[in-house]
Design a protein around this ligand. Structure first.
Ligand code: G3I
Length: 453
């Protein structure tokens, strides 16, 4: 399952659901699949992605709510019902009623389910809040094991650990009772989840990790890189992406997604909402996901504005009355027009005009750590649009490129040449695009040059 595309995964879920529902004697709900291009879920599926929503069990009796849910979405995340306080209200006594209700609603309609969340400092039941040390560590691991086992085969991805890093510039772990059980609590949770459900993708999920230059983003990135290097079982990173005036959509969001993906994990946008629901910003978020091959899909954190945890910010795709907002149209258009890096071009490549008077320039930003670095290179067109570009960059002795994204390269050491890939050669006058690479060694002062055409 972990290597299957989401399109294949949701087909498999539908088939499994049919068998399971019949075996259990449940009534099958047969819903004609929506035509591609007319709903969020169908359009996302055409791109090999899902489009999901956070769902509250108590709203499943609201037909205005379920009408939109069933029509538009092909993935569901229980908003609160799989959290620790809901699933283990008393130690050792598990309660799955509301979570099962959501899972059954989703799977009987061919929607996949994201599990949220197995280990978190927040929404702990009272008994857990009062625990510490090895007793808490054991209780946490038992919780992960029991819950992941209960939902085995029904959940395609788990937010195994949620929000374990501090905000601000420290790059430190968040202080919590779980953190105080030892720094290895996160990897212990991932190992327990893998042992309980080897078929689900295991994600680390957090907020304020959208801006590539922020310390929190870099700290999570370093943890994921370390986990991949040491074989800790992690498959994906969730970006909550709650955007508002204090924490706006960053222009380097695509760089963040592609940089994490280059570590060898999937990326998922897990709790999207945008204060004021700017259509342009929603569109950009979806385009960014479509531009990153390992971005599996997008989940919005609620359906109508009135369903949002931040209802007064009207951050979602449907009005409180259930009408589609301009942001909905923008998202659907982005899903229908978007291409993925692996898609063949839909139109013949344009003939290359002579280089415009402005040509292009390149600038590099480096994130260095002991023994390696990530370089993000920004290519900016001059006073005319360009249709292709080549960046030349000389690496210091001892530095070797290990992987790269959003560009083709020749050379791993010394003088390296980088050219655009199919989807980022065209850059409007004065506009920019970015590519990046990871390398061993020390970056030193990199001075890229750029040639257009
Ligand atoms: O169900 C009770 C109800 O019986 C009671 O009368 C009422 C009184 O306050 O509370 C109700 O529970 C509330 C629950 O939402 C259901 O509406 C809780 O108080 C409230 O704390 C809880 O808030 C949830 C929040 O997580 C808690 O941290 C939000 O719904 C949920 O959207 C939000 O989701 C989180 C993600 O899990 C992680 N990322 C951030 C995101 C937004 O905060």
């Amino acid at each position: 399952m972990r290597n299957a595309t989401w399109k294949a995964a949701s087909r498999a879920a539908l088939a499994l659901t049919g068998a399971g529902a019949l075996a259990a004697g449940m009534a099958m709900v047969l819903v004609a699949p929506a035509a591609a291009g007319t709903t969020l879920g169908a359009s996302a599926a055409e791109k090999g992605r899902y489009f999901g929503a956070a769902v509250a069990a108590y709203k499943l009796s609201d037909s205005a709510y379920t009408t939109i849910l069933n029509r538009e979405f092909n993935s569901v995340t229980p908003e609160n019902e799989m959290k620790i306080d809901a699933t283990e209200p008393q130690q050792g006594q598990f309660s799955y009623g509301q979570a099962d209700q959501i899972v059954n609603h989703a799977r009987s309609r061919g929607m996949s389910v994201r599990g949220h969340t197995l280990a978190w400092h927040s929404q702990q039941p009272g008994w857990m809040q009062n625990m510490s040390g090895s007793a808490l560590r054991q209780a946490m691991l038992n919780h992960v094991t029991q819950v992941a086992t209960h939902f085995r085969g029904q959940v395609v991805a788990w937010d195994v650990v949620n929000e374990a890093f501090a905000d601000g510039s420290s790059g430190a772990r968040r202080d919590s009772n779980l953190q105080r059980t030892g720094n290895d609590w996160i990897e212990a949770a991932f190992r327990a989840a893998r042992a309980a459900d080897s078929g689900a993708k295991l994600c680390y999920n957090d907020y304020n990790t959208d801006n590539w230059s922020h310390a929190k983003t870099q700290a999570v990135y370093a943890m994921v890189r370390d986990f991949k290097q040491r074989g800790v079982p992690i498959d994906c990173v969730g970006f909550q992406s709650h955007f508002n005036s204090g924490s706006p959509y960053p222009s380097n969001y695509r760089t963040t997604l592609s940089s994490f993906a280059a570590l060898g994990v999937d990326v998922q946008i897990t709790e999207l909402d945008i204060e004021g629901a700017s259509a342009a910003t929603y569109r950009s978020v979806v385009e960014d996901c479509l531009a990153v091959a390992r971005c599996n899909g997008v989940t919005v954190w609620g359906i109508r504005d009135s369903d949002s945890w931040r209802a007064s910010q009207t951050p979602l795709l449907f009005t409180s009355g259930g009408a589609k907002k301009p942001a909905y149209d923008a998202v659907l258009a982005a899903l229908n027009n978007g291409t993925t890096p692996t898609d063949p071009p839909t139109t013949p490549p344009p003939t290359t005009p002579p280089p415009g008077p402005g040509g292009c320039t390149a600038a590099v930003a480096v994130n260095q750590w002991t023994g390696g670095f990530v370089a993000t290179v920004k290519v900016t067109a001059g006073s005319s649009a360009i249709t292709s570009w080549t960046v030349t960059l000389t690496l210091p002795l001892g530095s070797t490129v290990t992987n790269a994204w959003n560009a083709n390269r020749s050379g791993d050491t010394g003088t390296t040449n980088w050219t655009n890939v199919a989807y980022n050669g065209r850059v409007g006058a004065g506009q920019s695009t970015e590519f990046g690479f990871q390398a061993n060694g020390t970056a030193g002062g990199l001075t890229p040059t750029c040639a257009a055409g």
